[in-house]
Design a protein around this ligand. Structure first.
Ligand SMILES: [Ca+2]
Ligand SMILES: [Ca+2]
Ligand SMILES: [Ca+2]
Ligand SMILES: [Ca+2]
Length: 320
């Protein structure tokens, strides 16, 4: 099916000062499974976990895309658990955390930093271009992590975020309301120095760009204008059958995680409240409100402009 022409592409020629618009590659329908589940975890007496499967799907223009994302889960070091049911790590709060046992990762410098992260659903953290650690739980149960590293300022944090999916290539999951429910994402981080002083918080000073947007019921809702990939007009309501919906994919720049990468054209991150993301029932977050909702240093939930439809989002922020 050819339908890319229906997307509103406004390029450099019509919007002088904006970056060149990049037309997405479009796919329709389910991907082929290439991995049945990156994480094998069955909670005792609980519901079966959502399977963190991976697939590939060909776009109308002949490219092959990995969905929900190409990750380094199988080879990269896993981040230390703050809270992770899969490993039986369920502290009640920060008082139970012993930072001295958290490995200090060499990020090519001397100053010590500590990063506290809650991600919906999966993150990969780079510091000054080096991959330090990845999220040990790709989909659910919801978990949180602490990462210590040594680096020199200015420190550039680059985070690959994936809002995982069950219906591979369709950007949706099966829940009680719909077998094709469009789930949401979200990322929170609080980075402190060796003395526990705040160095960086997730907020709208970060840059955020989407590289995979789905489900699209009608691709004409997607507006691509300069570096803006705006799906605000797209319908996110639950449906009985979303098997024929489409997805937009953009290639990730190879050097996106380096300190030198110019993210100046990327949109600023959008912030979302705890209520919008829905963390009240997630102890991986609430047990650590001391670092995620610190009075006077509140780490905000951030994402690209569409918390629901944007499923692979790259985030960047450099210290002063
Ligand atoms: Ca996770
Ligand atoms: Ca999610
Ligand atoms: Ca917060
Ligand atoms: Ca989503």
């Amino acid at each position: 099916m050819k339908h890319t022409a229906a997307i509103a592409i406004i390029s450099l020629s019509t919007v002088g000062s904006l970056a060149q618009a990049q037309e997405p590659s479009m796919t329709t329908g389910l991907a082929d499974v290439i991995h049945p589940g990156l994480l094998d975890f069955a909670p005792l007496g609980g519901r079966p976990p959502r399977i963190s499967a991976v697939g590939t799907i060909a776009s109308d223009d002949g490219q092959v895309w990995t969905v929900p994302a190409d990750t380094q889960f199988q080879t990269a070091p896993k981040a230390t658990d703050l809270y992770n049911e899969c490993n039986g790590v369920k502290p009640a709060g920060m008082a139970d955390i012993d930072l001295s046992v958290v490995p200090m990762i060499d990020a090519g410098g001397h100053e010590e930093f500590t990063a506290y992260i809650f991600a919906d659903n999966y993150f990969e953290l780079y510091v000054n271009g080096r991959l330090l650690a990845v999220d040990p739980v790709p989909f659910v149960p919801f978990n949180s992590n602490v990462i210590r590293f040594k680096a020199d300022r200015p420190v550039t944090l680059a985070v690959k975020m994936v809002d995982w999916e069950e219906n591979l290539g369709l950007g949706s999951e099966a829940n009680a309301r719909s077998p094709f429910h469009a789930g949401d994402g979200g990322f929170v981080a609080h980075i402190q120095d060796a003395a526990g002083k705040t160095v960086l918080l997730s907020d709208d000073n970060w840059r955020a760009q989407t590289f995979y947007t789905a489900p699209l019921k009608d691709v004409s809702c997607l507006k691509v204008e300069g570096a803006l990939r705006d799906s605000a007009a797209c319908d996110t309501s639950d449906v009985a059958d979303g098997g024929g919906f489409s997805a937009a994919h953009w290639p990730i720049p190879p050097a996106w995680m380096t300190a030198e990468f110019d993210d100046g054209a990327w949109p600023r991150a959008t912030t979302f409240t705890n209520e919008t993301v829905g963390v009240a029932n997630k102890p991986a977050y609430t047990n650590f409100a001391e670092v995620f909702d610190t009075p006077g240093a509140d780490a905000e939930f951030i994402w690209s402009s569409n918390l629901i439809l944007d499923n692979v989002v790259l985030l960047r922020r450099t210290t002063d």
